[in-house]
Design a protein. Structure first.
Length: 252
């Protein structure tokens, strides 16, 4: 029973996509998983989970007492033990009742092996409430100049609040961008940031297409990287594969 918050220091880092794939990977491994979207006003997790036409109620309805949890949950069509609790589309995060959220997470935690929280991007009002509820934090970032700056912000907040329960996912990396000087090599990241890397996910447009088609984990070798990430999350020691072989062969 564990709560993991997925965050990023800025938008466009692929945080929500990674969460969807991790949720599917854990559920596929037999874990009971609840994915919670806290991106008030800009929810996307329902799209990446292939459930955008099935959301009737949201977490705000539950916290306000309008609906109970069972009626607000959307069950995955692909995994028997995966559920989504969506965010409201017309409100911002300031409407979140923090005390009720914290209390609800503590109660819901007993019903699931993993609760995965999609935190709003950036260092916003949702950052603190999402992190406060978490047992661990997953920071997803692209190793370019903007992503590194966002990661610096995240680490600053982690140090300020004296949290050290974070791991990192390097996302959308590609040998072409590294060679051109647009991205930092994954080998240099540990020298910059004092947190463990759990996965290096290469850039491949086919992954984005698979998500939009409702396939949370793409087929082929690319899926192995996400399965290894899920195994590390559950505590296994898994050797890292050469991510370069799974990167897009051609960039347009």
């Amino acid at each position: 029973m564990e709560v993991i918050t997925f965050l990023s220091g800025k938008g466009g880092q692929g945080k929500t996509a990674v969460l969807a794939s991790v949720a599917a990977g854990l559920a596929g491994a037999g874990k009971r998983v609840l994915a919670i979207d806290l991106c008030y006003g800009s929810r996307q997790l329902d799209i990446f989970m292939g459930l955008e036409n099935m959301v009737l109620y949201n977490i705000d309805d539950v916290l306000s007492g309008k609906n109970d949890l069972a009626s607000a949950l959307v069950k995955s069509r692909a995994y028997e033990n995966l559920y989504l609790l969506s965010a409201p589309f017309t409100k911002d995060i300031t409407f979140l009742d923090r005390e009720r959220f914290a209390g609800s997470i503590s109660a819901w935690k007993m019903q699931y092996d993993y609760i995965l929280i999609d935190c709003p991007s950036g260092i916003s009002a949702g950052f603190e409430v999402s992190c406060a509820a978490a047992d661990r934090i997953c920071s997803v970032f692209v190793p370019d100049a903007a992503g590194i700056r966002g990661m610096d912000k995240v680490i600053g907040c982690m140090e300020k609040t004296k949290r050290d329960n974070m791991f990192m996912v390097i996302n959308m990396i590609h040998p072409y961008y590294i060679k051109a000087g647009g991205q930092l090599s994954d080998e240099k990241v540990p020298d910059m940031f004092p947190y463990p890397v759990y996965a290096v996910i290469p850039f491949d447009p086919a992954y984005s297409v698979s998500l939009l088609e409702g396939r949370m984990i793409p087929g082929g070798g690319f899926a192995l990287l996400f399965h290894d990430l899920c195994r590390r999350i559950t505590g296994e020691e898994v050797p890292f594969k050469k991510w370069e072989k799974y990167a897009a062969k051609k960039l347009k």
